[in-house]
Design a protein around this ligand. Structure first.
Ligand code: CA
Ligand code: CA
Length: 110
């Protein structure tokens, strides 16, 4: 029998890490064109608990590619690899400051 995700601290930590990794650029660049606006469903300029939970659910669902209700180590690694690939503009497998600045700019331009 599988453990419920809430009873598995490593999975909860993994989900929170995914959420923070996804929202940190948005929170750092909170302007009218940032992904923060996408999270702000009622447009009040703030992210309330319900909006954060919805964003977390969305991220969780994207990472849980086999839809078993849990993020496995492989799914977590795949999600992180996808994030690195999106930011790694020159394809050298690492993220430098220039890559990060470019990624933030692309998020702002969405
Ligand atoms: Ca809001
Ligand atoms: Ca899964």
């Amino acid at each position: 029998m599988r453990k419920h995700p809430a009873k598995h601290p490593a999975l909860v930590l993994a989900a929170l890490t995914l959420l923070l990794a996804a929202t940190a650029p948005a929170l750092a660049q909170a302007d009218s064109t940032s992904p923060l606006r996408e999270m702000d469903l009622n447009g009040d300029g703030n992210i309330d608990k319900a909006e954060m939970e919805k964003a977390a659910d969305s991220l969780f669902d994207r990472a849980d590619t086999n839809h078993d209700g849990m993020i496995s180590k492989a799914e977590f690694k795949a999600t992180q690899a996808e994030r690195i690939a999106k930011a790694d503009s020159n394809g050298d497998g690492v993220i430098n400051r220039q890559d990060m600045a470019g990624r933030l700019q692309r998020l702002r331009d969405r």
